[in-house]
Structures are given as C-alpha cells and as structure tokens.
Ligand binder design. Structure first.
Ligand SMILES: Cc1ncc(COP(=O)(O)O)c(C=O)c1O
Length: 421
C-alpha cells in the first residue's frame, strides 16, 4: 500500500473517530461460525485447494430455480441470463431443472462457447453487440453443431445498427434474426417509441433473404424494490408501452404469434404471474442471490454463492502499518478491532458474512487483506472466512472453477467461462 494513502486514510479515520466517538461507540459483535459455515470451514480444510474459492450451495440453487420457474409459470418461457451464471456446467444444471433451453447472452466469447456446448439452445442477445463481434461469432461458430439462423436473435437498438447487420448478412450470405431493444422506461437506450420501429420493420420486410423479425426485448429494472404488482402504475406504464410496440408490429402486417416478447430480470420477475403481454422472462442472478439481489421479489430466494478464503495470519491486537498514533485509542474505542486477521486475497465486490460483525477495513488489498474483529471471533490460521458477493456476473469469474457442494460434500469442479475466445 502507498504510504500517502495510508496517511490520508489515517487522517480521515482520526476525524471520523473524533466526531462520532462522542455520539456512538460500536457494540461488540461477531462470534464463531454458525453450523452452516462451520461445516463448510471443516470441509474446505479437509478437501479445499487452500486458496480463495467460489462455493455454490446446490440445495439452495435448487430451491431458487424452483422459485424462479414457479414465478415464470407454465405459459411462458424462462430465459436464463448467462452473464449472471457464467459457467457451462451451472447453466446445464439450471436449464435441466427448469426445463428450458432459452438463454440470454451478452458477450461474443460466451455465445461461441454456448454454441459449442448447447447445440439446442435458443439464444437472445441481451445487449446490442458491435457488428465486428457478430462477424467474429460467425467466423468461429461451427454451423454443423449449432444453427445461428434459427438459434440466435441479435439485438438491434437503432437503424444504423440494423443497416450494419444487414450489410454483414449480405457479405456472409446468411439470414439473421432480429429482436428490437425497446425502451419501456429504463432509458438505457433502445428504440424510444413504437413509431421508431416502423421504418426498421420496412427494412426487414424488404429483405426476407437476409433479415427476419424474431421479437422484442424490453428490460425494466427501474421497477426493482417497488413491491409492485400488475396493478402498480409504474408496472401498468411499462406494460402499456410494451403493448404499443406489439401493436406497431401487427400494424406492419407481421403475425405476433411465435415472436419472443422478452422482459423482466430477477428483481422484477415476481411481478408478472398473470401478465399476458410478455411471453418470455429472464432471470439469472436470483439463482445464486448475491447481496445486490436482497430485494423484495426475491425474499424467498436464498444466498447460494460464497467466497471462502483461508486465514493466513492472526494477531491478538490491532496493528496498523507504520504504527500511527491512533492505533491504541482505536483499539480501545472499538471492541471490534481487538483481533486482526489477514485473509488470502480480498478487495472483491463482496461483503463478509462469516464471521459476522467484522469492522470496516482500514484498507484492502487484492493480495492479503486485513480483517479486524472482536475477541469473540476465535478463528485460527488455515480456518476460512466467508463472503457474499454483491453481484455474480463479474465476481464468479475471479476464482477459477466453481465448487458446487451439497450436504457438506464438494461434488464437482465447474469451469467458468473465459472472457476471450
Ligand atoms: C437485458 C437484461 N435482461 C435481464 C437481465 C436480468 O439479469 P439478472 O436476473 O441476472 O438480474 C439483465 C441484467 O443485466 C439484462 O441486462
């Protein structure tokens, strides 16, 4: 760590300590691992690789998949969000349990990997990719195993992009299926109003040898946390906008039967049982429930991924690099800074979950991070600490193979996707 940032950190800390000490002193917190984490600690000390790992609780994953599939209901397609569950084996597991072959994909290398591993997948792009990425996909895909023409819906958000994709389809001599990204209130781009798709539909209808309409995609995470039902005005607004786009498709003389009308995500899926506007609902993160997904409609889902990392070092007092003057007062003032551990790695997008009650770190390091606790936490070197990722999509890619477990047994090693390829 740089000396300057430590000093600045120290000054900030002294300031915070000085003002808030008058108002508030932390209660003593923390304790031993509960039986769940104590069992995992034991398991990893016996069978783990001795480095930070990403654990996956398969019993909880099962319950979460069943909740999600139950919310989607029998009349609609459950589309599994690949970026949020970035492992072929994990996707296979989810797809088998939920009996779906629909995937939402956001990254060209992942799409090529899926084409290799899921010859029957139905893939909808979740964001509009640069045309060069589409070209790369076609250069790499083995068309004998996977038929892009019938199995991929490319996402189009503008006239310019449609023309680029059309030119590529001409150059490659292929036909591509198009889904329109529509703005149903998120304002993250996409076609802003139903009339905006009219001229694009003309382009598609005029070139049936190269272009075909596959559907619409309208994502609405701005509804997150509203405790909303179908009767909520914000939901009614989203669905009214969505319907307007579907009407525009009909006006163009295109039969909406058989088209994909995709929407939702883990946060909002629980709103739509009973809805008849969308026929295809996405969810990924809710299967593993990182902390960002502790939201209203996922209350019944359970956290199912944990970073587990070994303790490398333990001190029975607070130590701060360079022994600044406030070390002793801080230890005396805050009962949760009387023991100091160093964990293997750190600085992940994650929060410590066991032991509980750890103090805010004074600094973090991706190599070895300090964790301060009360004297109630009595873990030893080589014991493990457990963190919950805030999100799955990026964090799950940082640990090599996932470690799925069931009933305190590691059951397999599941490789994660490569970022390139
Ligand atoms: C277009 C789209 N649909 C759905 C989702 C939902 O994914 P998750 O269920 O993992 O939140 C996302 C997430 O970013 C998205 O961008």
């Amino acid at each position: 760590m740089k000396r300057r940032s430590l000093l600045l950190g120290g000054a900030g800390l002294a300031l915070v300590t000085g003002t808030s000490a008058l108002l508030w002193r932390p209660d003593v917190a923390g304790g031993p691992h509960n039986p769940y984490f104590s069992g995992l600690n034991h398991l990893l000390k016996l069978d783990g690789p001795g480095r930070p790992v990403m654990l996956l609780d398969l019993d909880r994953v099962d319950a979460n998949i069943d909740n999600i599939a139950g919310s989607v209901g029998p009349g609609k397609t459950y589309r599994v969000v690949v970026k949020s569950l970035p492992s072929v084996e994990l996707l296979k597991y989810v797809m088998a349990r939920a009996t779906t072959n629909a995937l939402m994909v956001f990254h060209q290398p992942f799409l090529n990997a899926i084409a290799e591993s899921f010859p029957n997948a139905d893939c909808l792009l979740g964001k509009p990719l640069p045309v060069n990425a589409v070209d790369t996909f076609y250069q790499k895909v083995q068309k004998t195993r996977f038929d892009p023409e019938s199995q991929v819906q490319w996402l189009i958000d503008s006239r310019e992009r449609l023309l680029q994709y059309q030119a590529l389809a001409h150059r490659l001599g292929i036909r591509i299926r198009i889904s329109f990204e529509i703005d149903v209130g998120l304002h993250r781009g996409g076609l802003p109003e139903p009339l905006a798709i009219a001229s694009l539909l003309d382009i598609i209808r005029a070139d049936p040898a190269h272009l075909e309409l596959a559907g619409l995609m309208g994502y609405e995470p701005h509804l997150t946390g509203l405790q909303a039902t179908l009767k909520h005005p914000a939901v009614e607004n989203v669905l009214a906008i969505y319907k307007g786009f579907i009407e525009q498709v009909k006006l163009a003389g295109i039969d909406p039967d058989g088209l994909t009308f995709n929407g939702a995500g883990s946060h909002t899926l629980g709103i739509y049982p009973g809805d008849t506007v969308m026929n295809d609902l996405s969810a990924g993160s809710g299967v593993v429930k990182p902390t960002d997904f502790d939201t209203y409609h996922l209350t019944d889902n359970l956290p199912a991924i944990f970073i587990a990392t070994p303790i490398l070092k333990r001190y029975d007092k607070l130590k701060i690099p360079g022994d600044p003057w406030f070390t002793q007062p801080l230890q005396a003032w805050d009962p949760n800074r009387r023991r100091l551990y160093y964990i293997y790695g750190g600085y992940w997008k994650a929060h410590m979950v066991s032991p509980s009650g750890t103090a805010e770190p004074l600094y973090q390091s991706t190599n070895q991070s300090p964790v301060s606790t009360s004297l109630n936490v009595d873990l030893q070197v080589d014991d493990y600490m457990f963190l919950r990722p805030t999100q799955s999509e990026h964090v799950m890619l940082q640990f090599g193979d996932l470690l799925p477990f069931r009933k305190e047994q590691l059951v397999d090693y599941w490789p994660v996707f490569k970022q390139t390829g």
